[in-house]
Design a protein around this ligand. Sequence first.
Ligand code: MG
Length: 377
Amino acid sequence: MDRKRLVILGSTGSVGRQTLDIVRAFPDAFDVVGLCAGKNLDLFKDQVDEFNPRYINTVASLGIHNGASQIPAEEIASLPEVDIVMGATVGCAGMGPALAAIDAGKTLALANKEVIVMAGEVLVRRASESGATILPVDSEPSAIWQCLEGEETPPAKFIITASGGAFRDRTWESLHDVTPAEALKHPTWTMGAKITVDSASLMNKAFEVIETRWLFDIPYEQIDVLIHRQSIIHSMVEFVDGTVKAHLGPTDMRHPIQYALFYPARYENPTLPRFDPVKTGSLTFEAMDPSLYPCFELTLDYAKRGGTWSAVLAGADEAAVSLFLDGRIRFTEIPDVVASTLAAHSPIMEHSIEDAIQAAAWATEHTLAQHSAGATI
Ligand code: MG
């Protein structure tokens, strides 16, 4: 196989680390050109020593480390020699380098869903102008993508599955006193803190609906969500003749990561778990009542309005989750905090990418400012 020249944005996060697991499993397949990460400097230095990138970026000033030069992440993501960029950062800060990769016409494997939530419509348009390809990494859109492969007829409906998150057997009202530690216990997936809290509030599922709407250019009305506790079916596609294709697999992010990295090829990887139908036993499905999940309902209500509303949702949720993790607001206050920021926003309906970036940044600052003073709960 030809070596793919790879950049990872967010290499020390959950998806970044698992991307490097795939690189490790195929030592001849990748040339790691650049690594970018945030604050986890010890792990980052270990990764730089192991994978020998030529370019690095991190919040600390490392200068030259192990021969790698520190340059801006936007520059790394758009280097002429780069084939594929893994967008594995968390939150709205991932927009800059993801956009640079898109404008440079790269293949962008995108796990950082907030970027699509912020400005999906504009990003997809920019990608088609530059010749960039955006590949899903999130397991649900990846499943839909794989179900659509080889199909020529437009799909009738997408069915996104939801595990229900950490609190799936509790009513919203009963979650008044839940702690960050409780919200961080996902029943089926191991992921980063922000997405795990978003999964518990079902905000993550609403974001996946938005992500799916833009990545596959399908109207919101053709996207359903249902509760599937086992997370074995990662999503389904229904076609006009009534046939439904489902994508099944273990709950391991390295599967969709590997698929995006090697697309359209598939290679055997003995380090990945295999799906055992007998061990799984049965698969269950339950209707999802949006009114039971205030974050889900609120988010889709505003996302469907278009304009900069989605960017505000992404920015406000990011702040609300950090306030919850810092013990400043209750879990059940997350939708109220997001709603109060939405109420203070004046949307721009025909918006540019800069408008979306500004709206998200404003939403984060506004949300944090409302709760900057005072005691923790
Ligand atoms: Mg997902």
